[in-house]
Design a protein around this ligand. Structure first.
Ligand code: KG4
Ligand code: ZN
Length: 349
């Protein structure tokens, strides 16, 4: 079976071909246009997707050495995301599926991230077996959920304010770093001292709110943002410049500690022996290292996507469509009047 996946929910235009459940191509075009604005500008994102989608899809087909009529299924992100951006990819996918008379499979972007650690590049790679605790951390989402083998989800925690990626990006902006600051903080942190300053770890053991931390799998990062702002105001620009790597490492440690503590504690509480981390922030080297150490200590198996599958990509969209078909979900295909043909009701909103 050959699946073409399309992803345009934010600022990456991506198309991928999955052949016999393994990735044959995964083209990602990242929009640089937003750098000057300190964040993604929705209207500009939609226009960029429109400009590049044909080229990106053609490149994915070319790299996989297939012609359009060899596609069996078209899968596209149907949300959540920037609505204009999502519509560009979804409408393109609909048009293509209709012209080829092939099914269109709409995919939930977050659900696709959840399974991104299981994207296969060769036939002998693992597919998810049994349930697992999933931590999804991106620019817009921070969510802990218990994933059952039948692909149902119990959301057990989410952020009550900022997402983890947002915490990286916004504190990074305060330090004078370009958007997206996450990867830059990661790089700086590798040369800094994470113990240089202790920024708050909200809703965890040892935090000011520690009385309430037990069994609380929600996250909060807005206090960290305020704390970094106050720290910069108190110490001044020159101090910040001199100690940039140490401050970046301290911010990263505060975010990572919370993510690791809550995720491992969720797995222990629900007696699940596998954790999977996904989303843009799962590319963070500090998070990967600390989560691996904590899982090792607790005898938990850890799955993390390859860096290229951590951030938005179409391989994860095609792979989830494939996984669902493999597990017996059937796509409804109604070209006439259903822009959102669906496997099931969306399980995550
Ligand atoms: O999943 P993603 O590509 O897009 C969303 O759906 O949001 O995630 C983007 C987020 C941004 O906030 C970016 O700063 C963050 O992921 N990110 C990182 C790293 N790479 C990307 N954060 C920390 N360390 C990284 N290495
Ligand atoms: Zn994403």
């Amino acid at each position: 079976m050959t699946i073409l996946g399309i992803e345009t929910s934010c600022d990456e235009t991506s198309a991928a071909v999955l052949r016999n459940a393994t990735v044959a191509s995964n083209i990602i075009s990242s929009q640089l246009i937003h750098t000057n604005y300190g964040g993604v500008v929705p209207e500009l994102a939609s226009r960029e997707h429109e400009r590049t989608i044909v080229t990106v899809v053609d490149a994915a087909l070319k790299e996989a050495c297939i012609a359009k009529d060899e596609i069996d299924i078209v899968a596209a992100t149907a949300g959540p995301g920037l609505i204009g951006a999502v519509m560009v990819g979804l409408c393109f996918a609909q048009g293509l599926a209709w012209s080829l008379r092939k099914p269109l499979v709409p995919v939930n972007h977050i659900e696709a991230h959840i399974f991104s650690a299981f994207i296969r590049e060769s036939a002998d790679q693992e597919t998810p077996a049994g349930g697992f605790i999933s931590l999804t951390v991106s620019g817009g989402h921070t969510m802990l959920c218990a994933v059952q083998e039948n692909l149902t989800y119990d959301v057990i925690g989410r952020t009550i304010d900022d997402a983890a990626g947002e915490a990286f990006d916004k504190t990074g902006k305060m330090l004078g770093l370009d958007y997206p600051a996450g990867p830059l903080i990661d790089r700086l942190a590798s040369e800094g001292d994470p113990g240089f300053h202790r920024f708050p770890r909200a809703l965890t053991a040892g935090s000011q709110t520690s009385k309430n931390y037990r069994g609380n799998f929600d996250f909060s990062f807005s206090g960290l943002k305020t704390s970094v702002l106050r720290y910069i105001e108190t110490h001044g620009e020159n101090f910040v410049k001199r100690h940039l790597a140490d401050i970046a490492a301290s911010i990263q440690a505060a975010i990572v500690d919370v993510l690791v503590q809550k995720t491992v504690s969720a797995a222990e509480s629900l007696e699940m022996d596998t954790i999977s981390v996904a989303g843009g922030v799962s590319a963070n080297s500090g998070l990967r290292k600390k989560m691996a150490e904590a899982c090792e200590r607790s005898g938990i198996r850890l799955h993390v996507p390859k860096a290229v599958y951590s951030t938005d990509n179409a391989a994860m969209i095609a792979s989830l469509a494939e996984l669902k078909l493999d597990r017996g979900f059937t796509p409804e295909t109604r070209y006439d009047n259903a822009p959102y043909a669906s496997f099931t009701k969306p399980s995550i909103t």
